[in-house]
Design a protein around this ligand. Structure first.
Ligand code: SER
Length: 316
């Protein structure tokens, strides 16, 4: 049975990942850590510790005391926030990752951390972006993600650490809202559709990005964690995606459920530039071949589920 320690447990992915892992592996076997304590089902349903990921000694002690055999490092700043304070982003994203890798090396833990479509840049092929390709990102977030992928490869090659990771696309969820990402519009649009019947997009019409519904993302993490290491040719990080769309297409999917819904555009140049530097659609075939990655939700199926769940959440 696994004993899993998770950093950034109250973040966009962490807050749902904890519940998924606790249902798979038992509540007591999943330790949630975050820099803050906010009473929630994450803090109430199993063990929780306060941890600043830049504190290497604190991280080591918590992992050792818990008897962890797996480290899932989720604490990081997203792309738009990282652009606002690039030095802080470097220190948090890279410092936190290096500490998590070192603790995992010292205690011999299996290791998972997410990379992103942000690890690609303007010179990357935009369509059907291959697993192994040019990665020259132009954002601090992207620089962090590529460096992180290289560090994970390095720890695998140099120390034999069992590192695993995926390049997530924009993740869409009805539980925790993302904060400070470029793909967040594809979450906000559902809230505004129910709250106001209209949405003003900060991403321009025609801008394609990869996306995935959170249940598929969580299942992908568990599947990769459980994958036979002998079959993994890539250690960090696998392209994974479930769909690629642009704002008018998600609006059209919402209109099938809410015919009066309207979309307008007021482009934010910072986030638009980030989106323009990312691929339109990545190729997940290495993940499919090496560990059987699959996604169940396409745009229409996700839209029906999102609106159904959000109606209950928002009391609509
Ligand atoms: N959702 C992330 C972001 O927009 C991409 O990794 O920053």
């Amino acid at each position: 049975m696994k004993k899993i320690m998770v950093t950034g447990a109250l973040g966009q992915i962490g807050s749902e990942l904890i519940m998924k892992l606790r249902s798979e592996y038992g509540a007591d076997n999943v330790l949630a850590t975050d820099i803050r304590h906010v009473a929630s089902n994450v803090t109430e349903s199993g063990p929780f510790e306060i941890l600043d990921v830049t504190d290497a000694k604190g991280m080591h002690k918590i992992a050792q005391d818990f008897g962890a055999d797996t480290m899932m490092h989720m604490a990081a700043l997203l792309s738009a926030t990282a652009e606002k304070n690039p030095v802080f982003a470097w220190n948090l994203n890279m410092g936190g990752l290096l500490n998590a890798l070192e603790v995992s090396r010292e205690l011999n833990l299996q290791f998972f951390t997410p990379s992103s479509i942000g690890a690609f840049g303007p010179s990357t092929p935009k369509k059907n972006t291959p697993q192994d390709t040019l990665q020259r990102p132009t954002t601090m977030y992207g620089v962090n993600k590529v460096s992180g992928e290289l560090l994970c490869d390095y720890y695998y090659e140099r120390f034999g650490l069992d590192t695993r990771g995926v390049r997530f696309p924009g993740l869409i969820s009805n539980v925790a809202k993302p904060g400070g990402g470029t793909t967040d519009y594809a979450v906000d649009i559902y809230y505004k559709a129910l709250e106001e019947g209209k949405y003003t997009s900060y991403i321009a019409e025609g801008t394609y990005m990869d996306m995935m519904y959170m249940p598929d993302a969580l299942q992908a993490i568990v599947d990769l964690l459980e994958a036979d290491p002998a079959k993994l040719k890539h250690r960090n990080a696998f392209n994974v995606t479930a769909m690629s769309f642009e704002p008018s297409q998600i609006a059209a999917a919402i209109q099938k459920e809410i015919p009066t819904f309207e979309i307008a555009y007021e482009v934010d140049p910072v986030r638009q530039a980030i989106a323009d530097s990312w691929p339109d659609a990545i190729d997940p075939s290495a993940a499919i071949e090496e560990w059987g990655f699959k996604a169940k939700y396409d745009l229409d199926k996700m839209t029906v589920d999102m609106l159904e769940k959000l109606k209950v959440k928002l009391g609509k």
